[in-house]
Design a protein. Structure first.
Length: 183
């Protein structure tokens, strides 16, 4: 998507770090990157998938990813049921995983420039539900650990989940700060 967006002049290339406050409109030259870039042209993931034809690829990847997430959630749920681990945590993990998949569908099908609030709501649902899914599986893995290696993996998963949580909180806080600077 990034390469398509750069070649279609929808975003600026990553190596262009000299973004201007304003630019005169570039002539409609296809086949090359933009020469004058503003903060609206920063190649963020969602921004690269805003306009056709890359928006079609963005939607396809989002929907396929959501399908794979849901499939993995159901397989993991069934695997734990086969191990006689019937618990509310396993059921809650299934629900949060499917909620994550639903958030991914919303993100993939509502581009950021056309339905900003829906896109951001879908992203928030996907990130939060995905993080909760990972945390619940850390608990399930910890309770199912039988060897020292299993216990070490449970601790490693927990550390990685904590790092992901801290990263999510920092990105939200820093995102709010950058929104205030832009506004």
């Amino acid at each position: 998507m990034y390469a398509m967006a750069v070649m279609n002049r929808h975003v600026c290339p990553v190596e262009n770090w000299s973004y201007n406050e304003s630019c005169s409109p570039d002539p409609a030259e296809q086949g090359g990157p933009k020469t004058c870039c503003t903060l609206d042209d920063v190649p963020l993931i969602s921004k690269c998938g805003t306009y056709p034809p890359e928006s079609c690829l963005f939607s396809l990847i989002g929907n396929m990813g959501a399908f794979m997430v849901a499939l993995i959630c159901f397989l993991r749920y069934g695997q734990l049921l086969e191990q006689n681990r019937h618990s509310w945590i396993n059921t809650t993990a299934l629900i949060t995983g499917c909620t994550n998949a639903a958030g991914l569908v919303v993100v993939g099908n509502f581009q950021v420039d056309h339905a900003k609030s829906l896109h951001y709501i879908g992203a928030a649902v996907a990130f939060l539900a995905g993080l909760l899914f990972v945390c619940l599986h850390c608990v399930l893995f910890y309770h199912g650990a039988t060897t020292r290696l299993d216990m070490a993996m449970a601790y490693l998963r927990t550390v990685l989940a904590v790092i992901a949580f801290i990263t999510l909180v920092l990105s939200i806080l820093l995102g709010q700060g950058s929104q205030e600077l832009i506004s």
